[in-house]
Design a protein around this ligand. Sequence first.
Ligand code: BG6
Length: 483
Amino acid sequence: MSRPMASMLVLFGATGDLAQRMLLPALYELQRDRLLPDGLRILASSRSDLDDAGFRALAAGSIERHGHPLDPAVLRALVDRIQYQPADSQDPASMAKLAAAARDRHDGDVVSHLSTAPRLYASICEALGQHGLGGSDSRVLLEKPIGHDLASAIAINDGVARVFDEERVFRVDHYPGKEGVQNLISLRFGNALFEPLWNARHVEQVQITVSETVGVEGRGDYYDHSGAMRDMLQNHLLQLLCLVAMEPPSQLEPSAVRNEKIKVLRSLRAIEGADAASHSVAGQYTAGAIDGRAVPGYREELGRDSRTETFVALRAHIDNWRWSGVPFYLRTGKRLPRRCTEIYLQFRAVPHSIFGGVETQPNALVIRLQPEERISLTLMSKTPGLDRQGLKLSQVSLDLDLHDAFEKVRRRSAYERLYLDALEGNGTLFVRRDETETAWQWVDGILHAWHQQGLAPKPYPAGTWGPSAAVTLTERHGHSWRE
Ligand code: BG6
């Protein structure tokens, strides 16, 4: 059910990195295309002692710095909507002032966006509730990570639930907001071609790769406490896995989609005890080179010793009828050779070759989500020639470059889409409580097994595809990573 359009956005953590890098630029782009609701007011808040003018100047600077050429009229229209009110969630008087400012300036639904440390979510929600911003005309947007493990996620979710019903809680995972990720839904459910093949009878293996070339980029304190498993796998990769593996929802609507995603998460086979060593690999980058440029190792960047993983690869299984026996290889890491988010489905080999000794390669579907959006299907084709020594076959590829196909259409950032949906109250692309908790439960099992089995991350030089054990993870089963 869609809710009324919001008339007030309260942005907590407005001077923070995410707000400066992604959120304010997204609001600017929406303003540019006049997509923000006419009467929308934005109340920005953080602990910094700024006034309206100070924050507006900061916002303008960061929008420009993050690659958005400033149009003075658009900027004026955006900053005219923005007021700034300093507040500290631990200081009730400042929260009361903030709430009063929000109440005074709206005449419709209020969306509070919490872009702060997650440990503050429960207390901020409590204050919102106390000051009249937790009622049925309000909703809350929460950034990841929701906790550090299942227990802390439950504590946060319980705290939020004391004020907001679940249908008014919008947990952000920015991956589902990406154009390419939504295209995955369109590809699967907008075409009749793939569905009959999308199962264990026809699919040999699935790979989901999210590789990054960046290191920890000054976020060492957060990252070292988190690692690739918590930072990327628990959320972004498992969301992609759900969209690849779920049953067709009856409609593109919040409950229908999320009911299907949760079934996938609940069907994930636990990786526990001795299985951890054969089904998972953790790695940590050492000094190396990316694009010919020397880069330091993780520990050098961090300035101390650490056992945190910057790479993780898993062999996962979804124990249901559709996917029985099909391995889902998931991998993500920092300082890998290139930035790429890709889903690869390898189909089963032909059941019988009519070509004598001529080898055929299995068909594969590659869905590249970023940096460019591209879909390619590899097929076997006859190599032209007279075939006096017998028919020759070669692998060819049907390629669809979606940037070319839609070259006149502007690509939207994930946050532009997510903001509009949240302002409209459409939760389809947001993560429900049971999803995040089930994902934590699965991930906790693996982390616990690593600990129990004394599995430490294996080193890999920056600019390579992770430790060699990641190669063994697939090769042991006759598969190899697509590179
Ligand atoms: C964030 C992680 O959620 O996603 C970062 O905290 C990571 O560590 C980022 O770099 C990747 O997002 P994107 O959109 O650049 O693929």
